[in-house]
Design a protein around this ligand. Structure first.
Ligand code: SAM
Ligand code: SF4
Length: 445
């Protein structure tokens, strides 16, 4: 039996793709191993969002061959999957002789075919083709990243073409999965004992299936808010969704959250910049005024909805005033957390043609200032949870303290508390007593 080692870089979409690759390979008789040194086949599922992620890949590719040579063994078969594979295709073979095959983002359903071809001696095997009509989206429990939490893709690809972003090129156009299939999928996960589903996609709220099949009886201002209500009706304990695109964030999403307890109180709404001038250059499709309207709507909910965001610093042409506008926005929104990225020019995107004129030291300075401000507000937001009771899904034994359990609240905060192993998989009420860097600490009540 061939052993396969699979390593994943990047976003939840990649993690979810890897879960399906592993499921498929296991069903076809391969053994999925956690030890690279035991593997006959190494698969790297790649990310291309920033240049750094691509560099990491080439370091890893070199390492696979080097590690095998050090063990005195033959290099395992090496396959590159995911976004870099889709973008670079056959040119990857010229960049490293260690690579045996390349499989694009929508070709992952044919992974065993690629392994067979390459092990049969076929050189430079690349498949960048489309997903099969019959593609199986199922994941077995053994291959899921968590025994209690499942990712459920609802929309693939992206049509937005923000000027800095490579995703529409690496993942293709938006394609929504039928609502009836999604609802069936969630209902099955519930029967299997899954407590929490994450509806995932680059822009979940741009969800537009071809038909209303599965949405019929559910009202709502958009197909996404109807889908939220349909999924809520499965009675699965918790539903989270990410990422939301600000322009398409209809207030009815907040209404749906207000109506259904099992729709969790967390919204990830990437703003990218606090300056209208930069947002226009980024072609984001929203202004700060639109964004703040959405934030105000979310904050007006009787539920305490946690807000998170993504921000890019040092986009071409970003002035001190533009950056100050981002600081002001952060001051206003008081995010639970924010991912801050230094702008990274991606070949093939429109922004790559603009002059990358914010110097590296200035990008670093802005990154650090923004990060400091976010952490400052985070303290305030986190401290406000103290003495409150949160519902926490007990997910694993804490890495640091074996008598502690770690899990997530409905508002996607990491919460640690003392408890025994038999609590794993249960949703428990935890009174928050303390907050540290990125974690809340409490006791079961
Ligand atoms: N679709 C989501 C949205 O529009 O908000 C985001 C998906 S993208 C894979 C994740 C994040 O990576 C983006 O929100 C953005 O902040 C960051 N990102 C994308 N391209 C980037 C680039 N060229 N340089 C730096 N950060 C980038
Ligand atoms: Fe990239 Fe913009 Fe699409 Fe998000 S919406 S994936 S940032 S192009």
């Amino acid at each position: 039996m061939k052993k396969v080692y699979l390593e994943t870089f990047g976003c939840q979409m990649n993690v979810s793709d890897s879960e399906r690759v592993a499921t498929q390979l296991a069903a076809e008789g391969y053994e999925i191993t956690a030890r690279e040194s035991a593997a006959d086949v190494v698969l790297l599922n790649t990310c291309s969002v920033r240049e750094k992620a691509e560099h990491k890949l080439f370091t890893r590719v070199g390492q696979v061959g080097k590690d095998a040579a050090e063990r005195g063994e033959k290099k395992p078969l090496l396959g590159i999957l995911g976004c870099v594979a889709q973008l670079e295709g056959e040119t990857l073979f010229a960049r490293s002789q260690a690579i045996d095959f390349v499989l694009g983002t929508r070709a992952v359903g044919r992974v065993s075919q690629a392994i067979e071809k390459a092990s049969g001696g076929q050189k430079f095997y690349a498949d960048l083709g489309d997903r099969e009509e019959t593609y199986d989206w199922a994941v077995t429990g053994a291959q899921r990243h968590s025994p209690y939490v499942a990712f459920v893709p609802i929309i693939e690809g992206c049509n937005k073409f923000c000027t800095y972003c490579i995703v529409p090129f690496s993942r293709g156009r938006e394609k929504s999965l039928p609502a009836s299939e999604i609802v069936r999928h969630v209902a099955r996960l519930r029967r299997e004992g899954i407590k929490e589903v994450h509806l995932i996609g680059q822009n979940v709220n741009s969800y537009r299936p071809r038909t209303d099949d599965g949405l019929g009886e559910f009202r709502g201002a958009t197909q996404f808010s109807r889908l939220l209500r349909a999924v809520a009706a499965t009675n699965i304990e918790r539903i989270k969704f990410t990422t939301s695109f600000p322009r398409d964030f209809h207030p009815d999403i907040v209404e749906a959250l207000n109506e259904h307890e099992n729709l969790c109180n967390w919204v990830h709404l990437p703003v990218q910049s606090g300056s209208n001038r930069i947002l226009k250059l980024m072609r984001r499709g929203h202004t700060i005024e639109n964004y703040l309207e959405r934030i105000d709507k979310i904050k007006s909910s009787p539920r305490r909805i946690a807000l998170t965001t993504d921000i890019i610093v040092g986009f071409p042409g970003e002035t001190d005033e533009d950056f100050q506008a981002t600081l002001d926005l952060v001051e206003y929104c008081k995010f639970n957390s924010a991912y801050v990225f230094k702008y990274s020019p991606r070949p093939g995107t429109p922004a790559h043609e603009m002059s990358d004129d914010v110097s590296a030291p200035l990008k670093t300075e802005r990154f650090l200032r923004l990060d400091k401000l976010i952490r400052f507000h985070q303290r305030e937001v986190f401290d406000d949870y103290i003495n409150r009771t949160l519902e926490v899904l007990a997910e694993k034994i804490s890495g640091k303290h074996s008598d502690q359990i770690s899990g997530h609240s409905t508002c996607q905060m990491v919460v640690n508390f003392e408890g025994a192993r038999d609590l794993l998989g249960k949703i428990v009420k935890v009174k928050i007593l303390e907050s540290k860097a990125n974690t809340l600490y409490g006791k079961i009540c």
